[in-house]
Design a protein around this ligand. Structure first.
Ligand SMILES: Cc1cc2nc3c(=O)[nH]c(=O)nc-3n(C[C@H](O)[C@H](O)[C@H](O)COP(=O)(O)O)c2cc1C
Ligand SMILES: O=C(O)C(=O)c1ccccc1
Length: 418
C-alpha cells in the first residue's frame, strides 16, 4: 500500500503532468479546464500515477486505482471511447457531483454482524445489488472482453447485462457467466433487425430485454475524438466497417436474416412507444427501458406495460447538460409508486453511492466504466477485484447504516441537502 504522503505527492505530480500534457493544452477534456477540480476530484486524476501505478489487482485501494493502469495499457482511441462523455461533459461530471447532494443518516446499535446483501430481480436472486451495465466492444480493452467480465460477474454472482454491440456473442457470454444474462437491445431502425436480435436473445435464454432509449442522435464525444488524433494505428481489425446492424446480427450468430440492404448506425432516431409495443408483442422476455430520466416517462412506461426501468443517462453519453441519475431518482421512485422495479446506473463508484440509491428506492445499481478500467488494467482479475471492492464497500456502508438487508434501507436513511 502506498502511504498517504506518497499518494499526495504523486497526485500533485500527476496534476502537473496533466497540466503540461497535450490533453489539456489542446483543449481536450475542456470541461475540466486548466484548473484544479472543484468539489470532487476528476476520476482521471484521482488515482496515483507514474511510479505509483498498481501492478496487481489486489493492491487497488479503490476502483479509481485501475483507471491510470487501463490508460497506460489501452490504446488512446480505445481509452477515449471509454472515458468520453460528450460536448463539455457536464452530465458526466454531474453524475459524480450529484452524490454530494445526498447525505447518509445512519442508525446505531443494531446488530449488523450478519448481513445479507442479496437482491431479487424478476424472481432471480443475486448476491449483490451491484450489476454490470452493458458496454459495447469490450475487446477494445482486453482480448477476453465480455467473457472476462462474465467470469468475474460469476465469481460474485452479479447480474450481467450484455450490449448489442459486444464482441462476444450472447451464447458465449451466457456460457461464461454460467447463468442467464440480460440482453441490451439497440433497436436498429430496421424492424426486421431488431426482431432478429430479440429472437436471438430469447433463444439464448435471456429473461430480460433491456431496451436502450437514450441514443437517438449522433454525438460529439470530444475526449474520444481528441485522443484519436494521437492514435494513428490502423485499426480496421477492431473497427469492423460494416453497418452497425449487420455487425450486431453477425456477432450474435443470427444467420437467418438477409443482411443485404441493412445500413445505418446504432442510433435509431425512429424509436418510439410504438416500437416498444411491437417488441412487447414478439417476446415473452421482460422488457426494461434503459435511459429513462423523468417521472413523466416513468409513468408512460408503467402505462405501456413495461416491466422495469433502468434510470440512466448512459454514463453522461446520451445528451450533455442533463442531470445526474441520483438527482432524478427520487422523482421517478415517487412516480412509479412500486408498480415496477426501478434500477439505476451512471456515476456509481462507491458503496455509499449505491446505498444512497438503494435507500431512495432503487432495487439495484449498475456500474460501467469501473469494470472497464479493471478489464483494461488486468483482464478478468481486474474486473473481479473492481466488483469485489464495490461489493465490500456496499456491505460496509449498509452495516454502518445499521441495516441487515437491502430491503431494510428506506428513504429515512438519506437526506437531500440541495
Ligand atoms: C465504453 C462504454 C460503452 C457503452 N456501451 C453501451 C451500450 O452498448 N449499450 C448501452 O445501453 N449502454 C452503453 N453504455 C452505457 C452503460 O450501459 C452505462 O449506462 C454507463 O456506463 C453507466 O455509467 P458509468 O460508466 O459512469 O458507470 C456504455 C458506456 C460506456 C462507458
Ligand atoms: O458508446 C456507447 O455509449 C454506446 O452505447 C455504444 C454504441 C454503439 C456501439 C458501442 C457502444
Amino acid at each position: 500500500m502506498t502511504s498517504p504522503i506518497v499518494r499526495a505527492t504523486s497526485r500533485r505530480r500527476f496534476l502537473q503532468y496533466l497540466a503540461a500534457s497535450p490533453l489539456f493544452t489542446s483543449g481536450a477534456l475542456s470541461a475540466y479546464g486548466n484548473e484544479a477540480p472543484s468539489k470532487l476530484p476528476d476520476p482521471m486524476i484521482w488515482a496515483p500515477a507514474g511510479g505509483e501505478l498498481i501492478d496487481k489487482p489486489k493492491d487497488a485501494i479503490n476502483v479509481f486505482d485501475f483507471e491510470p493502469v487501463a490508460r497506460k495499457n489501452v490504446p488512446p482511441a480505445h481509452f477515449g471511447y471509454m472515458a468520453s462523455g460528450l460536448d463539455d461533459e457536464v452530465t458526466l461530471r454531474a453524475n459524480r457531483e450529484g452524490f454530494l447532494k445526498f447525505q447518509l443518516l445512519p442508525r446505531r446499535l443494531n446488530d449488523v454482524s450478519k448481513i445479507d446483501t442479496s437482491v431479487e430481480l424478476f424472481g432471480t436472486k443475486y448476491d449483490s445489488p451491484i450489476f454490470v451495465s452493458p458496454t459495447g466492444g469490450n475487446q477494445f480493452f482486453h482480448p477476453d472482453g465480455e467473457v472476462a467480465v462474465a467470469k468475474a460477474a460469476r465469481a460474485g454472482n452479479h447480474l450481467q447485462m450484455l450490449s448489442t454491440s459486444s464482441n462476444y456473442s450472447v451464447d458465449e457470454v451466457t456460457k461464461a457467466r454460467g447463468a442467464p444474462i440480460w440482453f441490451q437491445l439497440y433497436a436498429s431502425p430496421q424492424w426486421e433487425v431488431a426482431q432478429a436480435l430479440i429472437k436471438r436473445a430469447d433463444a439464448a435464454g435471456c429473461p430480460v430485454l433491456v431496451v436502450t432509449t437514450d441514443r437517438v442522435a449522433g454525438r460529439n464525444q470530444e475526449t474520444l475524438f481528441r485522443l484519436m488524433r494521437t492514435d494513428t494505428r490502423e485499426c480496421s481489425a477492431c473497427h469492423d466497417r460494416s453497418s452497425f446492424a449487420a455487425r450486431s446480427v453477425r456477432r450474435h450468430n443470427y444467420d437467418g436474416i438477409d443482411l443485404s440492404g441493412v445500413t445505418g448506425s446504432g442510433e435509431s432516431s425512429n424509436l418510439s412507444w410504438d416500437t416498444v409495443k411491437r417488441m412487447r408483442d414478439v417476446t415473452r422476455m421482460k422488457i426494461v427501458l434503459k435511459g429513462i430520466i423523468t417521472p413523466m416517462d416513468a409513468e408512460l412506461a408503467v402505462q405501456n406495460g413495461i416491466d422495469g426501468i433502468l434510470v440512466s443517462n448512459h454514463g453522461g453519453r446520451g445528451e450533455d447538460n442533463g442531470r445526474s441519475t441520483i438527482d432524478a431518482l427520487p422523482e421517478i421512485i415517487a412516480a412509479v409508486k412500486g408498480r415496477i422495479p426501478v434500477i439505476v446506473d451512471s456515476g456509481f463508484r462507491r458503496g455509499t453511492d449505491a446505498v444512497k440509491a438503494l435507500a431512495i428506492g432503487a432495487q439495484a445499481v449498475g456500474i460501467g466504466r469501473p469494470y472497464l478500467w479493471g478489464l483494461g488494467a488486468f483482464g478478468e482479475a481486474g474486473v473481479e477485484r473492481v466488483l469485489e471492492i464495490v461489493r465490500t464497500e456496499t456491505r460496509a456502508a449498509m452495516q454502518q447504516c445499521g441495516v441487515r438487508s437491502v430491503k431494510e434501507l428506506n428513504p429515512g436513511f438519506v437526506r437531500r441537502t440541495a
